[in-house]
Design a binder for this molecule. Structure first.
Ligand SMILES: NC(=O)c1ccc[n+]([C@@H]2O[C@H](COP(=O)([O-])OP(=O)(O)OC[C@H]3O[C@@H](n4cnc5c(N)ncnc54)[C@H](O)[C@@H]3O)[C@@H](O)[C@H]2O)c1
Ligand SMILES: O=C(O)C(=O)C[C@@H](O)[C@H](O)[C@H](O)COP(=O)(O)O
Ligand SMILES: [Zn+2]
Length: 371
């Protein structure tokens, strides 16, 4: 699939695609740094060996797992690696991992010498359908999620679906949340596919999965990437249209921060979408049936639908730093119907609190919540 724009690139989806890496890197690259978390050490090593075998000078750097990787300290470590290996503007980074790894590696590529090539090899469902495509890169700060970053499109994306065989069910389901998001904002056929295959998807078992379920997963990936490619091809820097991809993220990112990243991104976005749907309904813009469909689909997959009621002030404070905010004005992506995303700007605080009341529960008395 092609992502258009000032710097067009291909997103390849299939199996055994690593042989395509040199063609995505292009002819001028000599040195490559492969960045990966521990869980992907074996795959990253294979990538490095393959690159060495065809003549690249290939280096490898392991980074911490998940959100622990998205820090200024880890970025600084990678800048040091690049500096010590004399990486120039004709060299490149390859990320092998989930969305946290692709966000970090993309950010380091965007900032090293003010921008070098990056090719992403996403290994989670979420990174294949969302994080690796579109050029949003970033790291977190103590004040919030992705607060430092850059728009830096990759030179290419290799989605080798065989990577999903080792992905834990928990992470597979978290990735489904972004797929469902894409269904609600742009492609309702995605919702039908998820509804018709809920049991198979929620009980993801990697290598044990029947061919019919793989076919559904590949179609879900292709449909989600197609929507993302169209949107970012039109609006790379989020001047308008691209904001629709942020459906459910205003509250979702606030939940992630409040939970100190103990929740997966997809799980937080699930709650955030139910909140955004309730907000849309209470603002008189969305029908009850579509709101209920959020709960049925996300809840059916085992994704969380509620959050603790005693954290509203903390969440509100985190939401003020959302990238869609303008000055003191909070802005939300809402739905005016299925696949009809709109914006709600500066909502009455009472409306926000009412929407939150619809999704909040009593504070748990210990133990993790849902996903
Ligand atoms: N840039 C964007 O447009 C964009 C879009 C969506 C999400 N994101 C970001 O992506 C991140 C979430 O991504 P994620 O859900 O992939 O999480 P993640 O990168 O934290 O990966 C989740 C877990 O899966 C493990 N893992 C990865 N691939 C595996 C495999 N094949 N087998 C076994 N384990 C594997 C990882 O080590 C990690 O423990 C968040 O930081 C979010 O903000 C960015
Ligand atoms: O690509 C986009 O644009 C998105 O908003 C996709 C989101 O799923 C993703 O989580 C993104 O990283 C959120 O970006 P942010 O600008 O809200 O940090
Ligand atoms: Zn997201």
């Amino acid at each position: 699939m092609r992502v258009e724009g000032a710097q067009p690139y291909d997103v390849l989806i299939g199996r055994h695609l690593l042989g395509e890496l040199p063609s995505l890197l292009g002819p001028d690259v000599r040195r490559v740094l492969v960045i990966h978390p521990a869980a992907l050490a074996a795959s990253a090593d294979t990538v490095r060996e393959d690159l060495l075998a065809v003549g690249y000078e290939a280096y490898i750097a392991e980074v911490p797992d998940a959100e622990e990787a998205k820090t200024a300290q880890v970025a600084a470590f990678l800048w040091q690696v690049l500096g010590q290996a004399d990486f120039t503007r004709s060299d490149a980074i390859v990320s092998v991992g989930g969305g946290a790894t692709t966000d970090l590696a993309g950010f380091v590529a965007a900032t090293w010498l003010r921008g070098i090539k990056v090719v992403h090899v996403p290994t989670t469902l979420l990174a294949m359908v969302d994080a690796a495509v579109g050029g949003k890169t970033g790291i977190n700060t103590a004040e919030g999620k992705n607060l430092v970053g850059a728009f830096h499109p990759p030179a290419g994306v290799l989605c080798d679906v065989a990577a999903l065989e080792s992905l834990p069910r928990f992470d597979f389901v978290a990735g489904l949340a972004e797929i469902v998001k894409t269904g609600f904002i742009a492609d309702p056929r995605i919702l039908e596919l998820v509804e018709d295959n809920t049991e198979e998807l929620k009980s993801w078992g990697g290598a044990e999965v029947p061919a019919s379920t793989w076919a559904v997963v590949v179609e879900l990936i292709e449909r989600s990437v197609a929507v993302k490619a169209r949107v970012v091809g039109e609006d790379l820097k989020e001047a308008g249209l691209r904001e629709i991809l942020n459906y459910g993220h205003t509250l979702g990112h606030a939940v992630e921060l409040t939970e100190r990243y103990a929740w997966r991104h997809g799980a937080a976005v699930s709650v955030g979408m139910v909140f955004a749907a309730e907000l849309s309904r209470l603002a008189g813009r969305l029908d009850d049936e579509t709101v209920d469909r959020h709960r049925e689909i996300l809840g059916g997959l085992g994704l969380p639908l509620t959050y603790r009621g005693d954290r509203w002030e903390q969440l509100l404070s985190a939401m003020r730093r959302d990238k869609k905010s303008r000055g003191d004005m909070l802005r939300f992506v809402v739905l005016d119907g299925l696949a009809k995303p709109g914006r709600l700007e500066g909502p009455d605080p009472a409306l926000l609190a009412a929407a939150y009341a619809e999704i909040s529960i009593d504070a748990p008395r210990g133990g993790p919540i849902a996903l």
